[in-house]
Design a protein around this ligand. Structure first.
Ligand SMILES: [Zn+2]
Length: 258
């Protein structure tokens, strides 16, 4: 039997795949266009025809944060067509909690921006599946710390992990006091030009986020978290030209923390 990836990557015709709905947009009278994240085809876009009609055979399944088993048809264009959908997990509980819903939106947005091509990253699909499952089972996990830990894991999967073990400029292993997005990681006292101060707590948060499962992610105070967010943002801007949404809604971040 050919490897699974080959079965899933025939260029034209039917395509069966698991997918997470990252976002949806209304299209025309009754259709919806969906951005999907799949294990073996990366991010794809698909159109669901007639889905907004009251008696659509798709029911309410083609909504953000659903994990689905989809039948798609691939034509010559970039847009696939949804021909069948089966719910694997609708994450119903997550939908009744505003913070969990907000974190799910930020997680899906980050995956869509960092992994916007059809290059397969099954690990990223699994990571996002686990993240949504966690938010659904334990809405209290919807914290800024958890959002940032998830983003650090995405950086790792994207090959953009900042250098944390030694100064990114000179290799020194001591007096690591700053972070430089352009430099690609932590920097020492002697190399701190163009860096910003990174506290011990922020540093530990980054190291632990990368080393621990999502469920056991670390916590840190607001000041450290804002430094971590800046480290992630500057890394992405310098090395991938990507900007993510803030890790929390503006109204929720505490003024003095930034
Ligand atoms: Zn240095």
């Amino acid at each position: 039997m050919p490897p699974l990836t080959l079965l899933h990557s025939s260029p034209l015709g039917p395509l069966e795949t698991e997918a997470i709905v990252l976002r949806t947009m209304r299209y025309g009278e009754a259709d919806r266009i969906m951005h999907l994240y799949t294990p073996h085809r990366g991010r794809v876009s698909a159109i669901a025809k007639g889905v907004r009609r009251a008696r659509s055979r798709f029911g309410g399944r083609l909504e953000p944060y659903f994990r689905l088993q989809l039948d798609l048809h691939e034509g010559r264009g970039e847009l696939l067509t949804v021909t069948g959908a089966h719910t694997l997990n609708g994450h119903a509980r997550l939908r009744s909690d505003a913070r969990a819903l907000d974190c799910a939106a930020r997680a899906c947005d980050a995956v869509g921006r960092l992994f916007e091509t059809s290059e397969p990253h099954p690990g990223v699909f699994n990571l996002l599946s686990r993240k949504l499952l966690l938010l659904n089972e334990e809405p209290a996990c919807a914290t800024q710390a958890a959002t940032l830990a998830f983003r650090l894991k995405l950086l790792l999967a994207a090959g953009l992990t900042p250098q944390l073990a030694a100064c990114a400029n000179c290799g020194a292993r001591e007096h690591l006091a700053g972070f430089s997005g352009a430099g690609g990681g932590v920097v020492c006292n002697a190399c701190e030009a163009n860096s910003f101060p990174l506290s011990e707590e922020a540093y530990e948060f980054m190291v632990q986020s990368l080393g621990r499962p999502l469920l056991e992610g670390p916590d840190a105070d607001l000041k450290a978290l804002s430094q971590v967010e800046r480290a992630i943002s500057e890394t992405l801007e310098h090395h991938a030209h990507i900007r993510l949404m803030p890790s929390v809604a503006r109204s929720r971040s505490t003024a003095g923390a930034l």
